[in-house]
Write a protein that binds this ligand. Structure first.
Ligand SMILES: Cc1ncc(COP(=O)(O)O)c(C=O)c1O
Length: 378
């Protein structure tokens, strides 16, 4: 028998990979409506598609630079300057990625040895944990709780720091809860990381979805010494399947990540890079329109929440609505019942960690007509 590697023993197939297969195999009289995954159903800007088409015909089909086209890196730097007031050197402080999810693996491989400890939010994006386990480092979960607005408890962090973690994952605006961190909290996190020499990685793909105050951790004084940031074009520009992300930070950190990445892939498709540069330059109207569409959808999800008797925070931001079930109800059984009886899929909160138990998460990636249909079915 050919055994799989030991590192796979602690890792399960990704929840959505399994659940979406189950849903695809379900025999139903009416189509299932998924409010599960955060995959934008909206279209990219027309000029972005036009650029993709035009540049695919340019005859540039060879391997591309490991660091991405200068034009795309410049557009990324300009985007950070205009949106976050963060200055980065487009030659040395930005590395384009084939999606920010892959960046989680690259960063982990670049900085962690086997057995190193990693601070991971509970609840949080499951990939931080699975990647940590895949490379045989060790997750140290820190609590985010509703009563503390889903912000870290610094007393607990200080205790966990005694175990000398090497990396701390943070993700504000936070998925799945939609919580934001003020500049003050980000400043406290940077100070914590400096005190204990921890690399903070802020995973920041949701800053432009229903959020009035996009903030980069790199805009905090002195952050560059201990922090890097992941960003993504997936959600902001409706191109999740095109796979474009970036990691930003000081040259030494970026160089270490490049050492991993350049040994794993052979650059990003030329036309996609040209189109990404175009997307990063869209006017304010793009962002306003995105906000308008998601805000309208959010109102219907609020009605769905009321119907289901679950409680949401109207101040939360991002691409999801995070809602608390009445006391004592199990989230996985709750969503399964809705899936099997109403043919509507909602994500159970416990897949994001134990602090997500008793919560459910709705994605805003469904048009008004579908959301209205959900309301009707309920
Ligand atoms: C918190 C968080 N980080 C990263 C990602 C990955 O985004 P990308 O499409 O850039 O790989 C997601 C996608 O759902 C996410 O929710």
């Amino acid at each position: 028998m050919i055994a799989e590697a030991q590192r796979l023993q602690s890792v399960q197939e990704y929840y959505f990979s399994k659940k979406l297969q189950e849903i695809a195999n379900m025999q139903t009289d009416i189509p299932i409506i998924s409010l599960g995954i955060g995959s934008p159903d909206l279209q990219p800007a027309p000029e972005v598609i036009e650029t993709l088409i035009k540049e695919s015909q340019a005859g540039v089909n060879g391997y591309q630079s490991y660091r991405g086209l200068p034009e795309m890196r410049n557009a990324m730097a300009q985007f950070y300057l205009s949106k976050f007031e963060v200055e980065v050197n487009s030659n040395s402080e930005i590395l384009p990625l084939i999606g920010s999810k892959e960046g989680i693996m690259h960063i982990s491989m670049a900085f962690l040895n086997e057995g190193d400890k990693v601070l991971i939010p509970n609840p949080g994006y499951p990939t931080y944990t699975s990647v940590t386990e895949l490379i045989q480092a060790e997750p140290l979960f820190y609590d985010l709780k509703g009563e503390n607005n889903w912000l870290p408890d610094f007393e607990q962090l200080e205790k966990l720091a005694e175990q000398k973690p090497k990396i701390m994952w943070i993700n504000y605006p936070h998925m799945p809860t939609g919580a934001t961190a003020s500049r003050e909290v980000l400043g406290q996190l940077v100070a914590f990381a400096k005190r204990h020499q921890i690399l903070i990685v802020n995973d920041n793909p949701y800053s432009f979805i229903l959020n009035d105050h996009p903030t980069s951790i790199l805009s905090i004084d002195g952050a560059k010494e201990v922090a890097i940031e992941l960003n993504s074009l997936s959600k902001t520009f409706n191109i999740a399947g095109w796979r474009i992300g970036m990691v930003l930070g000081k040259e030494e950190f970026i160089h270490s990540i490049l050492k991993v990445k350049s040994n794993m892939d052979s650059g990003m498709n030329y036309a996609i890079q040209k189109a990404a540069a175009k997307a990063l330059e869209v006017s304010e109207e793009w962002y306003d329109n995105l906000t308008k569409i998601y805000a309208e959808r959010r109102q219907i999800i609020y009605q769905i929440c009321n119907k289901l008797n679950v409680k949401y925070d109207p101040n939360a931001v991002g691409m999801f609505i995070w809602a608390k079930l009445p006391e004592g109800i199990d989230d996985k059984s709750f969503i399964d019942e809705i899936l099997y009886t109403k043919k509507v899929f909602i994500t159970p909160g416990s897949i994001f960690g134990s602090n997500g138990e008793g919560y459910i998460r709705f994605s805003l990636c469904a048009p008004v007509e579908k959301l209205t249909e959900v309301l009707k079915r309920l």
